[in-house]
Design a protein around this ligand. Sequence first.
Ligand SMILES: *Cc1c(COP(=O)(O)O)cnc(C)c1O
Length: 359
Amino acid sequence: MRVYNFSAGPAMLPEEVLKRAADEMLEYGDSGQSVMEMSHRSKEYQAIIDSVEAKLREVMSIPDNYKVLFLQGGASSQFAMIPLNLMNKSGKADFVLTGQWATKAYQEASRYGECKVVASSKDKTFSYIPELNKADFTPDADYFHICYNNTIYGTRFSELPDTGSVPLVADMSSAILSEPVDVTKYGLIYAGAQKNMGPAGLTVVIIREDLIGNARDITPTMFNYKTHAENGSMYNTPPTYGIYILGLVLDWVKEKGGLEAMAKINAEKAKILYDFLDGSKLFKPTVQGKDRSMMNIPFVTGSDELDAKFVSEAKKAGLINIKGHRSVGGMRASIYNAMPIEGVKKLVEFMAKFEAENA
Ligand SMILES: *Cc1c(COP(=O)(O)O)cnc(C)c1O
């Protein structure tokens, strides 16, 4: 029996996608082989990667002056790759610290240049998105970094900072494909695939063309965006199977009505859980108001013992990986695109029952 998996990542994939992958596992089309076994230089594989890029461009409305790169190394490698490639004019960059990932991006970039913390919400365990004051922004920064959706703390930007001509760079690992995005507002968007796009091992970078080609001399070849842009993400062996699965996920997203439809159903799913949390006497949400994430929803009972009991009983009921991150404690329900609305309803029913028995 398949469970409802509330993991923050690697996370659930749509059942339709897994079934299609299973159907095509032994033989893709009439190629006589699995996608996993294909040469990345073969014409069959070239057709796959080309179609995946085309689908991503279509689904996200990515303009022609942006490159799509299929890389490895996780979102975490981007923390270094971005400064190596972008921080080369003034050598400065701005950061908003909204959680652990944003902080890691800041710390890594600080090894390469002058990094400024424009705002932080560390004072309250990153439970909100701090107010931004444009007067604090560095006018000649090479980029301005945000983590759009904070996977661990369950917040997300409801309004983007107006950075003017400074390229806005966003870690979108846990929100990409969950809602429409105006790509033109960003210089660079990056995401590890394992939250909402496919299996772990693939990292997607969407970068405005003029930001490519300025890497510093010491940049490792594999860390230079130019290397991958000039070679169609085929400088070396790309994560071939992960890219193929992303293609199946994009077919699924398209079939469901695209990102507008994803945003609608995701908002509906999140509302079911937030409404319950707001009315609960036992469970408390850790984030309030407009900063609430649609993807990652942390909550606590206030008792470590009850939290542990809940996590363990939920698991027995087929609701797995609901334990919160150790820095927040309690629980966290990650409800990415692939989590069906039935899964959220099941969770809320289970929480109501647990509350009745334990409050
Ligand atoms: C998961 C996650 C990361 C880390 O991704 P890796 O692919 O494991 O390096 C970075 N940022 C955000 C927002 C994440 O959710």
